[in-house]
Design a protein around this ligand. Sequence first.
Ligand code: AP5
Length: 213
Amino acid sequence: MILVFLGPPGAGKGTQAKLLSQDLKFKHISTGDLLRESVKEGTLLGLKAKSYMDRGELVPDELIIAMIEEVMPKDSGVILDGFPRTMKQAQALQDMLNKHGKYLCRVFFFDLDDDTIVKRLSGRRVCPNCGALYHMDFKPPKKDEVCDLCGTKIIQREDDREEVVRKRLDVYRRQTAEVVDFYKKENKLIHLDAGQDIERVYQELRKALKDGC
Ligand code: AP5
């Protein structure tokens, strides 16, 4: 079974995907995390992707589709976090699912207004070692600037500067909003109010999943 998490940057897709993948024992595939890992390791993919990411633009479809094909498991449930983001990626996903006999269950759309997005991203901190997510106001670490899980100093993402966030929002509207419309027409889309606190968004997500596919 495949679940897709879509929505503007900072809407809480990664936060909710981490919670749900632990509970359901699903594989969490975040294209953003995979790309950042490649940049850190200095792979060819990382070298090609970095300049797009720094500018807040989408990495070319061919690179993203090849990356997803490589990591898509054959025999477990999957949460796709941040993929597909273009119609070309949505079509490639459909082809992959047909090939592997998998089924797209639901697409969750995390809906959030721009001002809240900017607030969330400016306060976001991440652990560069284990990937744990924090927010300095809404989900601060127990000890100042140190990851609760592994003790590493937490950092701010390069693309969370306000001017890059505005650019990412613009790119989202120009390229990803039509993917949301597409899944709506396909009757796959579940709308979530991402402006609630983390626990409430999670409850809404679990409730929607109870209805099955
Ligand atoms: P990516 O890493 O996917 O960035 P994004 O989609 O912009 O999503 P974010 O990770 O910024 O936000 P999120 O919705 O996961 O929010 P989070 O849970 O962290 O992509 C980065 C770049 O990679 C792209 O710009 C592009 O260049 C490239 N890329 C990635 N995928 C691609 C693709 N498919 N095609 C082409 N290029 C691609 O939450 C944000 C903050 O808010 C955190 O601090 C969190 O603690 C806090 N928070 C979360 N929920 C709540 C809540 N309910 N209340 C209060 N605070 C909350």
